[in-house]
Design a protein around this ligand. Structure first.
Ligand SMILES: [Zn+2]
Length: 310
């Protein structure tokens, strides 16, 4: 291990593990790209990008505790957060998922059972039910599972392997911003294939490394902001992964989401180096008057793909 790598290991309390390319299964044929600050590599053979070493299971479990989704913003003790307050975003999440579900309707043979993987607090299931689906979810965070169940939603704890549903019982599997968190995406897609009825689809969204924002921002890219993002995909690597799992990439498109203006401003601050402007943005973001303001934003860097069972 080089001196730079050793210093990198000391920077936080998390523990990490070495992994192979999830597509090729090779662990020696990777090129180091840069620190994000995680150590980012790319498989020389297939082009898949991933963190190596990456956060191990214990570290990821720590991250998905309650604080990941609900943050007391005055608590300085929390050093990692993905969402300002996920629960307060319920209307926006339902709005965004509804848009996506309407868009994919024509690709789905029937509105039967929809399984949402990594469903968090289950707001996506509410959206699916409103669109006429029977909806179930899987979620690793026990805080989220408890919350979803308190809302009478069918959410199972754990990962796809823990899902009790029968083979060939699901019409559509959705994975909104999930696959970049998965420690073994190939295995997940194979599980999906087994669960899908013939002709069923997996619909997923994930940040696209083959996008304008990646090439412009590189290590400051939004896809790297969460240290629990483990894999980074392009249309090409997703198609290859799907093929290995017995799924065919049928179409891809960019889809945005409904964003609270306050959240948007807080994210923009990552890219603002000019301090006076930063203070103005903070002031606007904290103004109670804009808390309910939202808009649809498509940054053309969140890849959505439809994978058909073959
Ligand atoms: Zn590879």
């Amino acid at each position: 291990m080089s001196g730079i790598d050793a210093a990198h290991e000391l920077k936080d309390a998390y523990t990490r593990e070495r992994v192979s390319c999830n597509i090729c299964g090779l662990d020696t044929n990777e090129a180091f790209l840069f620190y994000t600050p995680e150590r980012l590599v790319q498989c020389r053979r297939c082009g898949l990008m991933y963190n190596n070493p990456r956060l191990d299971l214990e570290s990821r479990k720590k991250i998905y505790a309650k604080d990941y989704f609900v943050i007391d913003q005055d608590d300085p003790g929390i050093d990692y957060k993905a969402y300002a307050n996920y629960i307060e975003e319920e209307p926006l999440i339902i709005k965004s998922v509804t848009r996506r579900l309407k868009k994919i309707e024509r690709y789905v043979p029937e509105k039967g059972l929809l399984l949402d993987v990594g469903c968090a607090t289950g707001f996506s299931l509410i959206a699916a039910q409103q669109q006429g689906w029977a909806a179930e979810g899987i979620e690793l965070s026990s805080f989220c599972v408890d919350y979803a169940r308190s809302r009478n939603l069918a959410v199972y704890p754990g990962t796809l392997k823990d899902y009790p549903g029968k083979k060939e019982s699901v019409s559509a599997v959705t994975m909104w911003d999930y696959l970049e968190h998965s420690p073994d995406p190939l295995s997940d897609l194979k599980e999906c294939r087994d669960l899908l009825k013939p002709g069923g689809v997996v619909v997923l969204s994930t940040p696209d490394v083959n996008s304008w924002s990646y090439y412009l921002l590189k290590k400051n890219w939004i896809g790297f902001k969460n240290i629990d993002h483990l894999f980074f995909y392009s249309r090409k690597t997703l198609a290859r992964l799907a093929e290995l799992a017995g799924l065919r990439l049928e179409c891809s498109f960019y889809h945005g989401r409904d964003v609270a203006l306050s959240f948007f401003l807080s994210r923009v601050q990552y890219y603002v180096a000019f301090k006076p402007l930063l203070r103005v943005l903070e002031k606007i973001a904290n103004n109670p008057g804009i808390q309910n303001v939202s808009f649809y934003m498509n940054p053309y860097d969140i890849l959505n793909v439809i994978l058909r069972k073959i």
